[in-house]
Design a protein around this ligand. Structure first.
Ligand SMILES: [Zn+2]
Length: 294
């Protein structure tokens, strides 16, 4: 939509009684609003739909009941955002399907999740849980959710990546939090359906003692930029205000990041804009969807 159309669509003319002037309020909604709450917790808003993603908003982050190993601490809890239409979980591990946070949310909110994430949501009493299998398409709350394979979490196990299409506007978003793109299927998708507008993917590598990669961001983010041709890319899986404690915390090392990626993308000649989110601050994206839906 052109600016002029946007203005006329949103133009509200209020006639002030007794006054000899017209008060004109001009406001318009950006196509997408994103808020990051550290780690992989996101609120995405588009086409009138509010999606809470991999929410860890309160309490500590502990894996396998072993806080001595690694424990993520939030200096202060995040207020649970109201009016959530959908909860989207990419993985079943606690940094994505955080039991304490999910326990506090309204169990009537529909959940779309990976197999492991869905098991946790069901156990906590969620009434509507959709298991998003690889290759599947689910449409809920005006959003088409296409599931791709995501992170490797075991010898044979892959978690989920998603491409969301907000059907009222056609704007598209890709999300995968560990840096494991499903290259062949994503390539097929872009060839058939067109590019993705917004990409949320890690941009830093987090390695354990410099050997085993935990999160692959630096190299993979450039590959994803070439593959999906997004207008905007944002990093996920960063610490923000979170502090890590425990045996493994000092050996988790981080390299790369949004700054480094920005220069790589420039070198690659891609027009993609890299935005570094600030924890809890709203990002408004006023984009023109790259693909027109039929
Ligand atoms: Zn994770």
């Amino acid at each position: 939509m052109k600016i002029a159309e946007k203005l006329s669509a949103a133009l509200k003319i209020r006639h002030s009684r007794g006054a000899d002037y017209l008060a004109i309020n001009i406001s318009y909604e950006p196509l997408m609003k994103l808020t990051w709450f550290d780690a992989n917790a996101w609120l995405w808003e588009a086409g009138g739909c509010r999606i809470l993603v991999d929410p860890w908003l309160l309490g500590d982050l502990v894996f396998a009941n072993s806080p001595w190993l690694v424990k993520g601490i939030r200096p202060q809890p995040v207020d649970i955002p109201p009016d959530i239409d959908l909860i989207l979980l990419s993985q079943g591990l606690a940094d994505h399907a955080h039991p304490e946070t999910l326990g506090q949310l309204d169990k009537s909110i529909p959940v779309v999740a990976s197999v492991d994430g869905a098991a946790i949501a069901k156990k906590l009493g969620y009434q509507s849980v959709t298991v998003a299998a690889h290759g599947e398409v689910n449409t809920l709350a005006g959003v088409e959710i296409r599931t791709f394979t995501g992170a490797v979490v075991g010898p044979t196990k892959r978690e989920n990546a998603y491409v969301l299409t907000f059907l009222s506007t056609g704007i598209r978003l890709y999300y995968e939090p560990h840096g494991y793109p499903d290259v062949a299927h994503l390539q097929d998708f872009v060839e058939n359906a067109g590019p993705v507008d917004v990409v949320i993917s890690p941009m830093a590598d987090i390695t354990l003692m410099g050997v085993a990669p935990v999160i692959r961001g630096a190299a993979v983010a450039t590959q994803i930029a070439k593959l999906l041709k997004p207008q905007v890319m944002l990093p996920t899986a960063e610490d923000g205000q979170v502090i890590y404690e425990g045996l493994l915390a000092p050996v988790l090392s981080r390299t790369g990041g949004a700054e480094e990626l920005r220069s790589q993308i420039k070198i690659a000649g891609n027009g993609t804009q890299v935005i570094q989110p600030i924890s809890g601050e709203l990002i408004e994206l006023d984009l023109q969807p790259q693909t027109v839906l039929p």
